[in-house]
Design a binder for this molecule. Structure first.
Ligand SMILES: N[C@@H](CCC[C@H](N)C(=O)O)C(=O)O
Length: 285
């Protein structure tokens, strides 16, 4: 049995097991999808919504992300705050402001500890992508409040790429919405979303507050989705329904999202916490 050094963190209940790629290479582990599935299992593993792997590109930390079902995603918003805390805790970065590389690009993070001792990061999430022609199966330039039919049910849906693939569905009352049932159908509606998709259910409270619950591609219902909260706040601001700075209430807490100007970068601020560290007993490949 292999013993793999890990640390576990969460961002508003979206939880991740973090490995250093050097540790995986040393143990000859190449199949990160299999590792993610095993580690994230809530009964037979450590449990998590995904795994984060630290590697270095041009001597800059690079975050790789895998969902709990083993699928790889380009970016994870709550994950990157956890990753930042992991880098700080292990003295891999000294400054409070630093860059983390990800598949969609470099993310700049401003980190701080609040008066209660909780670690926070404000992340420059990059520019949302509205032009979706290359990303999903549509001829339209952008895909905002479009009607689709899945299993006979008409759904009004929008799509924005915000580090990863996000669809948004408005709801008047999230407590009365079948998030799991509809979320699963949208996630797997591959005739429109060939790479599958995350489904964010969005309730607008007022100009500065929205509620979002996310059915995540590859992980199911989670307590928070950072890129999903950002995509949702970008959409409501773009539609003129909210101001450029909103509190996004997710089941695990609050994220603050800023989208100062359309077509420019969006920013996400939220906490992260360390849960555990140790050695994961792994059968290997
Ligand atoms: N939990 C994440 C998003 C993780 C990736 C997602 N499930 C996907 O497949 O795109 C977040 O906080 O952003």
């Amino acid at each position: 049995m292999l013993k793999l050094k890990f640390e576990k963190y969460h961002g508003l209940g979206n939880d991740f097991v973090i490995f250093d790629e050097k540790e995986l290479e040393k143990n000859n582990i190449k199949d990160y999808s299999k590792l993610a599935e095993k580690v994230c299992h809530r009964r037979f593993g450590i449990g998590g919504d995904g795994i984060l792997i630290l590697k270095y590109v041009d001597e800059v930390p690079f975050m790789l992300y895998y969902n709990s079902d083993g699928s790889q995603a380009p970016m994870c918003g709550n994950g990157i705050r956890c990753f930042a805390y992991y880098l700080k805790n292990n003295s891999y970065v000294a400054e409070d402001k630093f860059t983390v590389k990800t598949i969609p690009g470099d993310m700049i993070l401003d980190t701080y500890t609040d008066e209660k001792g909780t670690f926070f990061a404000r992340v420059n999430m990059g520019k949302p992508v509205f032009n979706v022609k290359e990303l999903i199966n549509t001829d339209k330039d952008n895909f905002i409040n479009e009607k689709i039919t899945i299993d006979g049910e008409e759904i009004e849906i929008s799509f924005i790429f915000m580090g990863t693939d996000h669809s948004m569905i408005f709801s008047d009352d999230l407590s009365k919405t079948d998030i799991e049932g509809t979320g699963k159908k949208i996630e797997n509606f591959t005739e429109l979303f060939p790479k599958k998709v995350n489904a964010n259910f969005v309730e607008i409270k007022d100009r500065n507050n929205i509620k979002v619950t996310t059915w995540e591609r590859g992980a199911g219902l989670t307590l928070a989705c950072g890129t999903g909260a950002t995509a949702s706040a970008v959409l409501t601001a773009y539609l003129g329904k909210t101001d450029s700075k909103v509190n996004v209430e997710v089941p695990g807490g609050i994220l603050v999202i800023e989208y100062p100007e359309h077509g420019k970068e969006a920013f996400m601020t939220g906490p992260s916490e360390k849960v555990a560290e140790g050695y994961y007993s792994y059968e290997g490949e």
